[in-house]
Every structure is written in structure tokens, then in C-alpha cells.
Design a protein around this ligand. Structure first.
Ligand code: SF4
Ligand code: SF4
Length: 157
């Protein structure tokens, strides 16, 4: 996340987000940075800042946000949203931005791979008898080794 380039501003971006769940309260942000202070990702990566992402949204930098991988660093922990004094739904906004990035074809390769696995197999990590034996030893209930129902759901799309 380098300097902000206002040349590429899309003035309708905020309105587009404000119409969707998670984007309604974004204009209430008064740049206090409480979200950054509590963010576990900002604590280990100084380049990541929810406050800066909010600013970029307010400046209408749609393409710059959606095509960048930094939105995918958000771990959806909700700390920022709990702490925001202005009631900005920051975590939900991050999810909204991720969904928009997928729709516009900008998601990172790993996300497409995970999506393909879930749609095809119903799970990212297959469960087999070996896993269930380990679960038996740990006193945990066995899990089904097939996810046919999930696969069917995606086929009905
Ligand atoms: S905590 Fe809320 S008001 Fe403060 S900078 Fe973050 S989004 Fe804006
Ligand atoms: S939800 Fe995302 S942006 Fe907010 S504190 Fe957690 S990791 Fe940071």
C-alpha cells in the first residue's frame, strides 16, 4: 500500500458500497485509527491498515483496492469493527471488497484454487479414513469422508 493516486478516482464507488450490507456506514469514518491500533495484521505488517483501506474507498480508488492483494490479508477477526467509535462495519466492508474483487476477476490465484476445490469436492482439505482414525484416538466424533451435498448445491447454481 504505497501513496494514494487520486487520478484513478471513481466517485460512484462509495455510493455503490453504501447500497450493500457492510458498506452503509462507511462515510461516518473520522479517521481516528482505532481500527489500526487493534488490528492483529497491522501489528505484524505495517503496510496493512484498515484505516487506509477506508480512506481509499472514500477517495473512490476502486480498481486500486480490488486488484491489490492487501484486502485478502484481513483475517476477519472483527476487532476493528468492535472498536470503531463511529460504528463503521469495517470487517463486513472487507468481505464486501473481497466479494467484489472475486466478481471482477481480481482475486489471488490461491482463492480461485480454494473456490474450485470447494465447488468440486465440497471441502478444501479432503477427510479420509486416516483422519478419522486420528479423531478416534483423540475421542472426537468421526466426520463424513464425502461432501456430496455441498457439491450438489454448487451444481444447482
Ligand atoms: S476506527 Fe472507525 S472511525 Fe476510526 S479510522 Fe477506523 S473506521 Fe474510521
Ligand atoms: S477484521 Fe481485518 S482489518 Fe479488522 S482488525 Fe481484524 S484483521 Fe484487521
Amino acid at each position: 500500500m504505497g501513496t494514494i493516486d487520486l487520478e484513478r478516482s471513481d466517485p460512484d464507488f462509495v455510493k455503490e458500497l453504501a447500497r450493500q450490507p457492510g458498506g452503509e456506514s462507511i462515510s461516518a469514518c473520522f479517521a481516528c485509527r482505532s481500527c489500526v491500533a487493534g488490528c492483529p495484521i497491522s501489528a505484524i505488517n505495517r503496510e496493512f491498515s484498515p484505516a487506509k483501506i477506508i480512506r481509499m474507498v472514500l477517495y473512490g480508488l476502486k480498481e486500486e483496492i480490488l486488484k491489490n492483494d492487501f484486502i485478502w490479508l484481513c483475517s476477519t477477526c472483527y476487532t476493528c469493527q468492535e472498536r470503531c467509535p463511529q460504528g463503521v462495519s469495517i470487517t463486513e466492508l472487507m468481505t464486501l471488497l473481497k466479494n467484489m474483487a472475486v466478481k471482477e476477476g481480481y482475486a489471488p490465484a490461491g482463492i480461485w484454487t480454494q473456490m474450485k476445490l470447494v465447488k468440486g469436492e465440497g471441502r478444501i482439505y479432503p477427510i479420509d479414513d486416516f483422519d478419522n482414525k486420528k479423531r478416534d484416538k483423540a475421542g472426537l466424533p468421526r466426520l463424513s469422508t464425502s461432501c456430496g451435498e455441498i457439491k450438489e448445491l454448487f451444481q444447482q447454481e
